[in-house]
Ligand binder design. Sequence first.
Ligand code: G6P
Length: 372
Amino acid sequence: EAAEKGGFASFMDKEIHDQPKAVADTLLGRTDLKGRLALDDLRIDEAVLRSIDKIIVVACGTAAYSGHVAKYAIEHWCRIPVEVELAHEFRYRDPVVNEKTLVVAVTQSGETMDTLMAVRHAREQGAKVISIVNTHGSTIPRESDAVLYTHAGPEIAVASTKAFLAQITAAYLLGLYLAQLRGNKFPDEIDEILDELRAMPAKIQEVLDRGARVREIARWMADTSSVLFLGRHVGFPVALEGALKLKELAYIHAEGFAAGELKHGPIALIEPGQPVFVIVPSPRGRDSLHAKVISNIQEIRARGARTLVIAEDGDEAVVPYADEVFWVPQAPTLLAPLLTVVPLQLFACELSTARGLDVDQPRNLAKSVTVE
Ligand code: G6P
């Protein structure tokens, strides 16, 4: 087993460090000889994909948060409405699904029963189903109309890390493929985004190389009883995933919020010393998102929060309001989750270890939940 961990203390630690490769391998071989995006394991009629008018992503747990990231990217690139729903909620609420609906099921194991039931229900209503799956030969791809495999390799630790980054990567590819097919983007625009995507594995490696500081902070915080996570836009699902990792691995009360929602309730939770991670969008992005998140940090800092800020290299505007900054390399806003989630994974993993817990096999959890 020590050999399988490749010199790391846990599978989780190893899998977090496998992420540059998981993303690179998921991108590999997805373009044809002309450099055009070609998803040849996607066996679905192109006319059908041109005619769909809605996408619903169904998934559970971490996979569902990759779906939230997918929503921002696919809507922006393809101008198709995208809903994201927990598979078990989708299945039992009589959703509006028909031949013009594309359901995207995201799952590491391919065996999650809630997700499988959602896939079956969607197909019974006439929807087409594409699954994004890591495990070859599993049930969900067999029952889907098409599959886009993630190439993260086997994920052993119960809580998902590298599969999450691979799922986000596959969802970007699906979005670009649809944009190309439906003529929403020119080929050179797609090429540009693909080039940015191909640059991500090296940037993820950079975040890992800078991981010592977040680990150190995690060890200092081993006795903390509550951590909050704030993000906006694609930073919102990253905040949700950061909180989920901490719950799963360290059994600490953790909650993720949309930063804009702060004033509508969560700010009441802020008291002196409350640690809050804030995922800051790129200052180079549009829509004044960055300024809005900076003002959210000011609001919680003024009430005594201890601010742990994840920001892009060069974003000096965060420094005056941050108790700690974890810097990540610059990247386009929509692709940034591949970087900003990594310090949060390292934090949860290290904090769990500092508390003497089994980071690979947290209590009460199963790698694949094959009952409803
Ligand atoms: C379980 C695991 C989670 C995972 C979820 C969905 O709850 O503990 O880490 O995110 O199932 O699993 P799937 O295999 O469908 O991605």
